[in-house]
Ligand binder design. Structure first.
Ligand code: GDP
Length: 299
């Protein structure tokens, strides 16, 4: 894995002290080297080309002569990419009754941790939160989620290991309505080796939740591990072909300098990035902000 150095620190290795080397077309320190670095940082080929083109365009207009201007050109390009299309990071809210979130993603992506952190954030705002553990495939997953829920004072509905995940999801929504919750967060299974079965199961859960509350789920959030590079893109495509993903959570961004995956996933799915995970602790979850994200990349 790439060590945790900011994108900007790595770009600086190319530019060194003189931004003008970028535009001279020499091998070291050329726009091509910048393009390669962006691709290596998981921005994906189309976005990397677009970012380089933006830098070049501004240079031709005489706007990229100093390091600060170069930095700004890159940050603006990233922020613009993240603001294009379906990009509102705000969470959808139910018009009345509880808001229902369905959280999907492969095992190990950080679903449970995300749900625990999110439940804690809403609890801290005084909201009533219920967490439903519908990953009945792994007993450990149910226990882990119960611990997170108890820690933040969220209510918990969990199925027995081996029981039908869709019926657990239904029960969680039913209990959340009966108990007058503000937010219901439903966890799902993420076993990858049987992805066909998993996608069928997710479709069924989606359908069954809608039977109990027609406008639910209000959000389907896909959790992706930010350190796995382009694999995150293929996971994103698989999951969004099964259910209508409304937002993406990228985790483990504290462990990688290849933050370009955030941009690549947004562009591939045309859905907003809603949160980023930046550590294992309860406070390590940030609502997504394109400008802040772009600025941090060039710090
Ligand atoms: P799940 O299988 O998708 O539910 O994944 P978990 O929530 O159990 O997370 C898998 C591992 O990743 C655990 O060791 C978590 O502590 C860790 N993890 C989750 N989110 C983050 C994050 O944002 N940063 C870091 N460094 N680790 C994380």
């Amino acid at each position: 894995d790439v060590p945790k150095r900011s994108l900007w620190q790595r770009v600086k290795d190319i530019v060194r002290t003189d931004v003008s080397v970028l535009f001279k077309g020499v091998d070291e320190g050329s726009l091509e080297a910048l393009e390669t670095l962006l691709i290596e940082s998981d921005f994906g080929v189309p976005t990397s080309l677009a970012l380089v083109a933006e830098v070049e365009r501004r240079h031709k207009r005489g706007e990229v002569k100093t390091e600060a201007e170069f930095r700004q050109a890159l940050a603006d390009g990233v922020a613009n990419a993240l603001r294009t299309g379906n990009a509102d990071p705000a969470m959808a809210m139910a018009a009345s009754g509880p808001t229902v979130l369905l959280v999907i993603g492969v095992n190990g992506a950080g679903k449970t941790t995300f749900i625990g952190k999110l439940a804690a954030q809403y609890r801290a705002q005084g909201k009533r939160v219920l967490v439903g553990a519908a990953d009945t495939f792994r007993a450990g997953a149910i226990d882990q989620l119960r611990v997170w829920a108890e820690r933040s004072g969220a209510e918990f509905v969990g199925g027995k290991p081996g029981s039908d995940p869709a019926s657990v999801a239904y029960d969680a929504v039913d209990a959340g309505i009966a108990r007058n919750m503000d937010l219901i967060i439903v966890d799902t299974a993420g076993r990858l080796h049987t992805s066909d079965d998993l996608m069928t199961e997710l479709r069924k859960m989606h359908r069954v939740i809608g039977k109990r509350m027609p406008e639910a789920p209000h959000e389907i959030l896909l959790v992706l591990d930010g350190t796995i590079g382009q694999n995150a893109l293929s996971q994103a495509r698989t999951f969004s072909s099964a259910v209508p993903v409304t937002g993406v959570v990228v985790t483990k961004l504290d462990g990688t300098a290849k933050g370009g995956i955030v941009v690549a996933v947004h562009e591939a799915l045309n859905v907003p990035i809603k949160y980023v995970g930046v550590g294992e602790q309860v406070g390590d979850l940030e609502p997504f902000d394109a400008d802040v994200y772009a600025k941090e990349l060039v710090e």
